[in-house]
Design a protein around this ligand. Structure first.
Ligand SMILES: Cc1ncc(COP(=O)(O)O)c(C=O)c1O
Length: 468
């Protein structure tokens, strides 16, 4: 029997409700800024984020290719939003879902997926992507073990950026008539940035495409210097990566802005309280990123920012004062100071090696200065890695005859970088993942920081009280 015609004004199912999200001007958080900032409220999609568009395109593509059929199971490694989109469409089309999530995700995100009837498997955040316990590895194993399983694989599935090329990009272009100068988006899988970015560049190559990356992720450093340094953990969800997904097209990028958790979360709270926009943490990140980008311009621009998801999932975190305070995101910025304070208290003579330094010479330098690692500078004086005591020791034990070889093969990227503005609260978190931290200002290396430097600074900032 044929279905009766649709009631006027209705869509056939939840898929028909995806897209057509509004664009709103920001009026308060932009005070004092000459540029105008507009936000595309993708969090108003039925699954709560722009990932509804991605989920739809991935499912359609898999159905077309015969990789997903009746009774099939969709498996995905997701921080929540792609899962919500997939689970929502799967519910309306009769597919099963299994999601693998890192343990730092909000409980609300996990509960939402389970509400759609999906199975959720939680994995540790603090393991390398190649570790069998990582959420990428577990997802792959589940696909192999589950009959009729289809791996959505948003990090490497071209249908992810294509969703934005076919849907978000054209929708924005039509809404605005292309009358904007820059498009700003957080950098996660790169789907949004690469898909929208390519669409906008195809229409008008002059549109600037600006990525926003959280401190801790590797994109910023990679775009600025070409170096893949070690990523470390941060709290903002959905953006930043610890590897390069193939869905990210960095060639499309004109600029990249780095933001830290604190400024993302304070801006998110401001967007809700001052603009009435009930948005999530990566929206705050994208807007503060857009503001930083705007402050660097020599003439005002009209900037369009994509707002990925809503505040609901972060009520127990970003909108909870106790959580914010206990993580150092609320309260006096100057309470514990910044890297600039630490460097001022303990001026550094930066001792470095270069690519021609031999193993023998490096050992001599470590011994002479009583240090355990040496930053290495390339021919242009830019830091390109570190050589540590343990790497030199291993080399000497394994290859004692190569003591006069250069250190080039021993250089590692096992360090994090911070600037003079990095708060010491954040530096404390960075030391959970990184043994060595380089303080840099642009290309200039200002110093090497270790845990003992931070402890020493904090202890001397609070000297023992008189009489004790
Ligand atoms: C909340 C949130 N913001 C931003 C992003 C980043 O978008 P993309 O993966 O398209 O780079 C994601 C991706 O999962 C997300 O969940």
């Amino acid at each position: 029997m044929n279905a009766p015609p649709l009631m006027p004004g209705a869509v056939n199912d939840v898929v028909g409700a995806i897209g057509s999200t509004p664009i709103v001007r920001l009026n308060h958080v932009t005070e004092g800024l000459e540029s105008e900032i507009y936000v595309k409220l993708e969090y108003l999609n039925p699954g709560g984020s722009m990932k509804d568009r991605v989920a739809l395109n991935i499912i359609r593509d898999a159905e077309r290719r015969g990789m997903l059929g009746p009774g099939g199971t969709i498996v995905e490694a997701t921080s929540g939003n792609t899962g919500a989109g997939l689970a929502m469409i799967a519910a309306s089309r009769g597919y099963q879902c299994i999601f693998v999530m890192p343990d730092k995700m909000s409980p609300e995100k996990v509960d939402a997926l389970r509400a759609y009837g999906a199975k959720v498997v939680i994995c540790p955040t603090s393991v390398e992507p190649s570790d069998p316990r990582s959420y990428y590895s577990v997802a792959r194993r589940l696909v192999e073990e589950t009959p009729g399983a289809f791996y959505a694989n948003q990090y490497h599935n071209p249908a992810n950026p294509e969703a934005h090329y076919l849907s978000t990009g054209p929708e924005i272009w039509e809404q605005t008539n292309g009358k904007f100068d820059a498009f700003v988006s957080g950098m996660g899988t790169g789907g949004t940035l690469s898909g929208c970015g390519r669409y906008f560049k195809d229409q008008n190559p002059k549109v600037r495409i600006v990525g926003v990356d959280p401190v801790g992720s590797l994109y910023y450093e990679y775009v600025k210097t070409g170096r893949l340094t070690k990523a470390f953990s941060y709290y903002v969800e959905g953006i930043g990566e610890d590897f390069l997904p193939s869905t990210m097209n960095l060639d499309i990028l004109d600029d990249v802005v780095q933001v830290d958790d604190r400024e993302c979360f304070l801006m998110t709270r401001d967007l809700v309280r001052k603009e009435g926009l009930f948005c999530g943490g990566s929206c705050g990140a994208a807007v503060i990123g857009a503001i930083k980008y705007a402050r660097r311009l020599d003439h005002p621009q009209r900037i369009l920012v994509l707002m990925p998801d809503n505040a609901q999932k972060y009520l127990s975190k970003i909108f909870n004062d106790e959580w914010m305070r206990s993580n150092g995101f609320l309260g006096d910025e100057e309470e514990t100071g910044t890297v600039a304070h630490l460097l001022k208290r303990k001026p550094q003579r930066v001792i470095t090696a270069d690519l021609q330094t031999t193993v023998r010479a490096a050992v001599g330098v470590l011994k002479e200065h009583g240090i355990s690692q040496l930053p290495v500078l390339d021919g242009n004086g830019r830091h390109c890695g570190i050589v540590s005591e343990i790497d030199l020791l291993n080399s000497l034990v394994d290859n004692p005859t190569r003591v006069d070889d250069t250190i080039a093969d021993l250089i590692s990227s096992d360090y994090a970088t911070v600037t003079t503005h990095t708060r010491l609260q954040l530096l404390k978190h960075i030391f959970n993942d990184a043994r060595v931290v380089l303080a840099v200002e642009g290309e200039k290396l200002l110093g090497v920081l270790t845990k003992i430097d931070l402890m020493d600074y904090l202890a001397s900032a609070h000297p023992a009280s008189a009489g004790q």
